[in-house]
Write a protein of this length. Structure first.
Length: 367
């Protein structure tokens, strides 16, 4: 594992103005959410991660986005767009989309020449505490990139994939890992060929079949909006006393995962993944100001997972994103028994008894 490849540079993604325009039309993409195993927490402009990360792409939890576009007669200074979520006009996303359009314009310089209607819907409930920024930004990026491909049809598939992830990253860092699957790596690492801070790539080393059928049941402990956003959390890593060690730990965990993924070593997998989740939350608890996103029921569930694993030897484990919900990870061959246990023992710690069964998926698709 000593191979250095820096891959594509930022300039490689700079766009050209086309010599013709598209008539009105639309592009439609469905992009899944993802769950990080090694966590991205800390970044610098423009959306460059402080450490590399790796994630399972999910399957059912996804955003469907339709981008309708119409060429404009004259190009004014403003971007022209409307957004609807589940058929209802939604202005709360406007600032985020505005920033995103400003960030992607150097790479898609034609975008100001059209007006847009963005229609989006999530497969998971709005108030589930599941962030839709990864799936939402990946779906929207793919729609805009499809416009570019329609203008420049010679674009090859490899460039399309990398640029899809590159643009998604500019919307939300974790979105860079939602364009493909089942295992995506984002962030430069000397030991990972093709890895880049600019876009995610399919994990380049062999992956045991057991990980291709992994299940993720999302236990919805708290469906409300979290008190501290990821944006603020990333920011707090700038003056964090443990930041450098944390970034080093994440990079080391990626190296440790290489034989684990190859051999299907679940014991080591559990060790690394649970430690990553708790390290992420430890960073939150030791930030200044400090904060905590886990709730009493999060801890209740973690303790029950440990007890169940001890009693049954069943290779179930957890990870957490930046919230109170618990992602229960387990191989597909024990799905039936684990689902029974979730219903009988864990559901009562979920808000409204709700959880979502998901599994590892293959990435975004046009529809
Ligand atoms: C804890 O990707 O939501 O889920 O780049 O500011 O949009 P922005 O942050 P975001 O952060 C994700 C944090 C995480 C870990 C991860 O997904 O790797």
């Amino acid at each position: 594992m000593h191979y250095i490849c820096r891959g594509m540079k930022e300039n490689d993604f700079t766009g050209k103005l086309p010599n013709h325009e598209l008539p009105g039309g639309s592009f439609n993409w469905k992009a899944p959410s993802n769950i990080a195993l090694v966590k991205y927490w800390g970044k610098r402009p423009p959306q460059i991660p402080a450490n590399p990360s790796v994630s399972f792409t999910l399957d059912h939890c996804a955003t469907r986005t339709s981008l309708h576009f119409v060429p404009m007669e004259s190009t004014s200074g403003e971007f022209h767009f409307t957004i609807s979520l589940d058929g209802k006009s939604s202005d709360s996303f406007r600032p985020k989309i505005q920033t995103f359009l400003e960030r992607i314009e150097p790479y898609l310089p034609f975008i100001r020449q059209y007006s847009y209607r963005i229609e989006t819907s999530n497969s998971f409930p709005h108030s589930s505490g599941i962030a839709s920024s990864a799936s939402g930004m990946a779906a929207l990026s793919l729609c805009f990139l499809s416009m570019e491909r329609a203008l420049f049809p010679a674009m090859d598939e490899d460039y399309f994939r990398k640029k899809a992830s590159f643009l998604s990253r500019l919307g939300s860092g974790s979105a860079s890992r939602s364009t493909e699957g089942p295992l995506m790596q984002w962030g430069y690492h000397t030991a990972i060929p093709g890895s880049s801070d600019l876009y995610a790539v399919n994990y380049p080393f062999p992956v045991h079949d057991i990980f291709k059928n992994f299940q993720d049941t999302i236990l919805l402990v708290d469906k409300g909006k979290k008190q501290v956003s990821s944006t603020v959390g990333h920011e707090l890593m700038h003056h964090h006393p443990f930041a450098e060690n944390r970034f080093r730990q994440a990079a080391e965990n990626l190296v440790k995962l290489e034989p684990v993924f190859r051999e299907g070593n679940l014991e080591q997998f559990i060790n690394i993944v649970e430690s990553e989740a708790l390290s992420l939350h430890a960073m939150m608890m030791t930030s200044s100001p400090y904060f905590m996103l886990m709730k009493p029921n999060t801890l209740e569930i973690l303790n029950r997972i440990w007890a169940y694993r001890q009693d049954t030897g069943s290779p179930v484990c957890f990870t957490l994103d930046a919230g109170a919900n618990v992602h229960l990870l387990y191989p597909g061959n024990i799905e039936e028994e684990v689902k029974k246990w979730i219903e009988s023992e864990l559901a009562r710690f979920c808000e409204g008894g709700q959880y979502i069964h998901d599994r590892v998926g293959l990435g975004a698709q046009p529809f």
